[in-house]
Design a protein around this ligand. Structure first.
Ligand code: PMP
Length: 427
C-alpha cells in the first residue's frame, strides 16, 4: 500500500506537527518546556535535507556552497600545522569577542564591499551569522516586540525571531527590493497598534530566498526612515561578494556607522562548516553585543578562527571568491536558460545579480507545498515559498538554489519540475 500523501499545505503541516507534538506531549517533561520552545520549528530547508541526499534526485533545495572548488590540500596543511605547532593555543579557549588579528582581517574583507571605516574593536566574531542574529534578538527583543523583515526573508532568521517570541512584520518587496513607502507605512501601523519596533532585518544583496537586490537609490532612504523612527537596521550580507558582474553596491552600513548592525559570514566566501561569521556593531552597542555573544558561546572556535586567519593571510582569498562567483554565475545562467526552455508561460522568476537563489512565481492560488511531494516523485526538490514568510501562509512561490549543482543537472532538475508545475496549473 502506498502511503497517503498530503495534498494541501495545511494537511502536510498538520501531519508533521501532529507526529512531532505527539512525541513531545506524551512525556512528563512536557510540563517543563518554556513558552518559547513551542515556537521553535524545524525549518522546511532542514525537512528536505535528508530527502535531497537520495541518489538520483536533483536537489535545487539547499543553498550549499560548492566546496569542491576550495584548495582542500592547502587548507588541510594549514590545519595540520596549527594543531601540531600551535595546538596549545589553537585548542584552548579564547576571548569572547574573537581573535584580534582575525577581526582586523575581517575589516579588510568588509572593505572589499565599501565599508572602509570599520574598527576591529567593533567587530564581534560569532558562530556563523546565525548566532549573530540570535545575539541581536537577545540584546534587543522582549516578547511582544516587533521586528520588521522583507517579504520573503531568510527562514533561519524567522526561526530565531519566533524563538524570542517577537511579532514579525514582513514588508513587501518589488524587483528593486524593500519598498520604502511600505516600510514607513508598516512602522506607523505597528506603532499605532502599540508594539515597540526594535529593528529592521534586511538582506540587501541577492536576498535569500528571492535573489532580489535592494537598489542603490533605495538604501539611503531605508536607513533614513529607520533612523527617524529610532529603529536599528540589521544588514545581513553573507552573499554580497558573490556579485556576478560589476562593482558591489555599497552596503547600508557604509555611510551609517551608528544606525546599522552589519552581519557577515565566511560560510559563502569560504566554508560553512567552519561556523564563523561576524557582526560589525555601532561603537555604543558593542559592549552589550559582545557580552551577550559571550554568554551564548563563551568564545568563537579558536582553531577555526586561527585557520581562517591563516587562510586569509596565506591564500589568494579574493581569487577564491572570484572562482566561486564565476561558477555561480554560470550555474545561475544555466538555471535561467532551463526555466526559459521548460516552464509553462504562466510561470515567472527573478533574475538575480549574484548569490545562490532564484524565486519562482506560479499563478495565484497554486500552493507550492503539496507540489513538493509530486516533485520528489519526479526526482527533484525545491523549497516551498511558505517557509520564507512569518505567517507560513500557503504560497504560490518556490525557491530554487543553483549553487551546489552542475549546470547539466540544473537543466535536468528544471526539466523534471516543469511538468509537475504545468499539471498543478492545469488542475
Ligand atoms: N543569513 C542568510 C541570508 C543566509 O542565507 C544564511 C545561510 N544560508 C545565514 C544568514 C546563516 O549563515 P551562517 O552559516 O553564517 O550562520
Amino acid at each position: 500500500m502506498t502511503a497517503h500523501k498530503p495534498t494541501t499545505s495545511a494537511e502536510l503541516a498538520t501531519e508533521t506537527e501532529v507526529a512531532l507534538e505527539r512525541a513531545v506531549t506524551s512525556h512528563r517533561h512536557h510540563a517543563l518546556f518554556s513558552m518559547r520552545a513551542s515556537k521553535i520549528k524545524q525549518s522546511a530547508v532542514r525537512d528536505v535535507f535528508d530527502i535531497s541526499l537520495r541518489p538520483g534526485l536533483v536537489s535545487l533545495a539547499g543553498g550549499n556552497p560548492f566546496l569542491q572548488s576550495l584548495p582542500l590540500e592547502k587548507i588541510g596543511g594549514m590545519a595540520y600545522k596549527l594543531v601540531t605547532e600551535h595546538g596549545l593555543t589553537a585548542l584552548q579557549y579564547g576571548g569572547g569577542q574573537g581573535i584580534e588579528k582575525l577581526r582586523v582581517q575581517i575589516c579588510e574583507v568588509m572593505a572589499e564591499e565599501g565599508i572602509t571605516d570599520a574598527d576591529p574593536d567593533n567587530v564581534v566574531v560569532t558562530v556563523g551569522s546565525q548566532s549573530a542574529q540570535d545575539v541581536a534578538c537577545k540584546v534587543f527583543c522582549n516578547p511582544g516586540d516587533t521586528v520588521l523583515c522583507e517579504n520573503p526573508t531568510y527562514v533561519g532568521a524567522l526561526n530565531t525571531f519566533e524563538a524570542y517570541e517577537v511579532n514579525v512584520e514582513a514588508v513587501p518587496m518589488d524587483e528593486h527590493g524593500l519598498i520604502p513607502e511600505e516600510l514607513k507605512r508598516r512602522i506607523d501601523e505597528v506603532r499605532a497598534a502599540g508594539s515597540s519596533i526594535k529593528f529592521l532585518y534586511t538582506i540587501p544583496n541577492f536576498n535569500n530566498p528571492s535573489g532580489i537586490t535592494l537598489a542603490a537609490e533605495r538604501r539611503e532612504e531605508v536607513v533614513r526612515i529607520c533612523r527617524e523612527a529610532n529603529i536599528l537596521v540589521i544588514e545581513d550580507n553573507p552573499y554580497g561578494l558573490l556579485r556576478f558582474d560589476g562593482h558591489p553596491i555599497p552596503p547600508l552600513r557604509a555611510g551609517h556607522p551608528s544606525d546599522v548592525i552589519y552581519m557577515g559570514s565566511f560560510s559563502k566566501i569560504l566554508a560553512p562548516g567552519l561556523r564563523l561569521g561576524w557582526a560589525l556593531v555601532p561603537a555604543h552597542l558593542q559592549r552589550r553585543f559582545y557580552l551577550a555573544s559571550e554568554a551564548v558561546t563563551l568564545c568563537p572556535p579558536t582553531l577555526n578562527q586561527l585557520l581562517v586567519s591563516e587562510y586569509l593571510e596565506g591564500h589568494d582569498w579574493r581569487g577564491q571568491i572570484t572562482t566561486y562567483r564565476d561558477l555561480y554565475a554560470e550555474r545561475c545562467a544555466a538555471m535561467l536558460a532551463a526555466l526559459e526552455e521548460f516552464m509553462p508561460p504562466e510561470v515567472s522568476w527573478t533574475r538575480p545579480e549574484g548569490g545562490f537563489f532564484i524565486w519562482v512565481t506560479l499563478p495565484e492560488g497554486v500552493d507550492t507545498y503539496p507540489l513538493l511531494y509530486q516533485a520528489i516523485d519526479a526526482g527533484v526538490v525545491f523549497i516551498p515559498g511558505a517557509a520564507f514568510t512569518p505567517s507560513d501562509k500557503p504560497s504560490n512561490r518556490l525557491r530554487l538554489a543553483f549553487s551546489a549543482v552542475a549546470a547539466d543537472r540544473i537543466r535536468e532538475g528544471v526539466r523534471r519540475l516543469a511538468p509537475v508545475i504545468a499539471d498543478a496549473i492545469a488542475a
